[in-house]
Design a protein around this ligand. Sequence first.
Ligand SMILES: Nc1ncnc2c1ncn2[C@@H]1O[C@H](COP(=O)(O)OP(=O)(O)OP(=O)(O)O)[C@@H](O)[C@H]1O
Ligand SMILES: [Mg+2]
Length: 213
Amino acid sequence: MTRAMSSGTYLVANKNSGAEASESYRTLRTNIRFSSMGRSSKVLLVTSAKGAEGKTTTATNLAVSYAQESKKVLLIDGNLRNPSLQQVFPRARKQGLTDVLTGQCEIESAITKTAIANLSVLTAGTLPPNPSEILGSERMQALLQEVGSFYDVVLIDSPAALSVSDAQILGTMVDGVVLVANQGKVSKDSLKKVKRGMDHVNAHILGVVLNNA
Ligand SMILES: Nc1ncnc2c1ncn2[C@@H]1O[C@H](COP(=O)(O)OP(=O)(O)OP(=O)(O)O)[C@@H](O)[C@H]1O
Ligand SMILES: [Mg+2]
């Protein structure tokens, strides 16, 4: 388990100033490697039981941490209910995941290289009326396969697992799941429920991040 330190901003791993926070994301990165020994662990889903537990914060900082390790990283906003990566990376293209999945644009033109070396983002794109269907589509699976062959690490931000089925659907398509838990917000029962849900679709939880612990 890793404790993510408070910093008040999303991008704590990118500056020396958040040294303690950066260190905690490096530890998380290392733990993921260890707990996934023998697996490829290339496409990772970041989720939590409830809303606002720190999924976006964790996904972003973990992505930065991998990029700093010279891994080619793609961070995807798979939270089509309450997307956030556009706010974290304001210069990222507005066309994103859904626009690629619906054939409105090519994946190459939707992905934006960020100011952080090795880190690219794919925002959520135009919000669809049917997020679960779009995420569960064969096109989504194909997209993950395509980016998985090009990037060293792909991280997917997602909605809370207990509120909608999106995270579970994405769980079927990834190599592993990082479960973010805000101790003040979530009960053990809720975490167990998420675990059962992920087990049910054969998704592998690589670790639990205690955020704001
Ligand atoms: N470790 C942390 N230290 C300080 N603030 C944090 C930390 N983690 C999250 N926050 C803050 O808590 C709020 C919610 O975090 P975040 O947006 O990452 O959660 P989320 O799980 O992605 O939420 P949602 O379910 O709405 O997508 C944000 O304002 C974020 O800046
Ligand atoms: Mg979020």
